[in-house]
Design a protein around this ligand. Structure first.
Ligand code: 13P
Length: 334
């Protein structure tokens, strides 16, 4: 059965940019952004899933851990964060004196929405004495109730680094299960949240795509389900995927089990390799609408009007900062 046309997209030809600018207008907006960046002493940080034109313009493109670390290092007084809300919020928490702008406030995260402060309080009551490890895809309120944060790049090392044997891992059940398998010496209880973009993928789809490309290397994000991770040659964060490709110099084709925006950076870095999204439909299933909500015009308007400035109440920020700083002290594993 073929998919309805509206459901099929080529992430390169049709990157959901939401604007209809001519190439000349694109150049004008880009020039304006560069000028405004100088004028406002601003830097642009972008996640690996952002639209190609945003990645092309950003000063730093990276995964959650890299961007959190970079947010602390940049000398500029304003950070324009091209990612989703929790990422901009983390940048603000780590840099309270800086202005952090999220060009589109609607850019949320379904995984972060799967745990609220009340829900975490409830789980903590059910598991007294457990150290709480919270994935950064969560609100500042939830981070503030946690002992330490982690990202997909350091989750196993974070859990290993703790003196406690009993761990409550929140909110991603797939990343939690993967960490549990990597750190068997700990007793890990896993919360029941998931990223719907990764959670939809099944091993049968990956096997089909692989069957059509014998010899291809499978690289998966640890937010994928265990049946998918079992098939993967490499399991790593979005930035870790770039290094993973280099570990297979003889391979021509890579099947990537994560949001299709990752292809922008991988194709740029390795123009001679072939990259295919593991859903087998050019990222039609592995498409995060939130990650495509920021376009060039929004970045320009964010800089022009100082919108939307992220604020976090000081008591919440203090707790979240403690959990994030503890995390940053742990080296990355992927
Ligand atoms: P990374 O930290 O690996 O970039 O992952 C972020 C994310 O939200 C994945 O869905």
């Amino acid at each position: 059965m073929s998919l309805p046309v509206a459901h099929v997209h080529d992430p390169v030809a049709n990157p959901f940019n939401g604007t209809d600018l001519s190439p000349e207008q694109v150049r004008e907006v880009e020039a304006e952004i560069l000028e405004l960046k100088r004028e406002k002493d601003a830097v642009i940080l972008a996640h690996n899933y952002q639209l190609p034109e945003i990645q092309g313009l950003a000063d730093v493109v990276g995964d959650s851990l890299q961007l959190a670390i970079e947010a602390q290092k940049v000398p500029q007084s304003t950070i324009v964060f091209c990612g989703v809300h929790f990422m901009a919020e983390s940048a603000k928490v780590l840099n309270p004196a800086k202005t952090v702008l999220l060009p589109n406030l609607s850019a949320g995260c379904s995984l972060a929405d799967s745990i609220s402060a009340e829900s975490l309080e409830d789980w903590k009551e059910r598991y007294p004495g457990y150290a709480v490890v919270t994935y950064v895809n969560s609100t500042a309120e939830v981070k503030a109730l946690s002992d330490i944060c982690c990202t997909s790049a350091n989750a196993a090392s974070v859990v290993r680094s703790l003196p406690e044997k009993k761990i409550l891992f929140t909110p991603d059940r797939n990343l939690g299960a993967w960490v549990k398998s990597k750190v068997p010496e700990k007793e890990v209880v896993v919360y029941d949240g998931a990223c719907p973009i990764h959670d939809v993928l099944r091993s049968a789809s990956v096997e089909k795509v692989h069957g059509e490309r014998p010899g291809a290397i499978v690289i998966a994000h640890p937010e994928c389900r265990a049946d998918v991770l079992e098939l993967a040659d490499e399991v790593c964060s979005t930035t870790g995927m770039t290094a993973a490709v280099a570990r297979h110099p003889g391979a021509k084709t890579f099947i990537v089990a994560t949001e299709h925006g990752i292809l922008t950076g991988l194709k740029k870095r390795y123009p001679d390799k072939e990259f295919v999204v593991a859903d087998g439909c050019l990222g039609c299933r592995m498409h995060c609408p939130y990650m495509k909500m920021i376009d060039l015009v929004m970045v320009r308007d964010a800089l022009r009007r100082g919108k939307h400035a992220i604020e976090v109440p000081p008591d919440v920020a203090a707790g979240a900062r403690r959990a994030l700083e503890r995390m940053i002290a742990v080296p990355r594993d992927a």
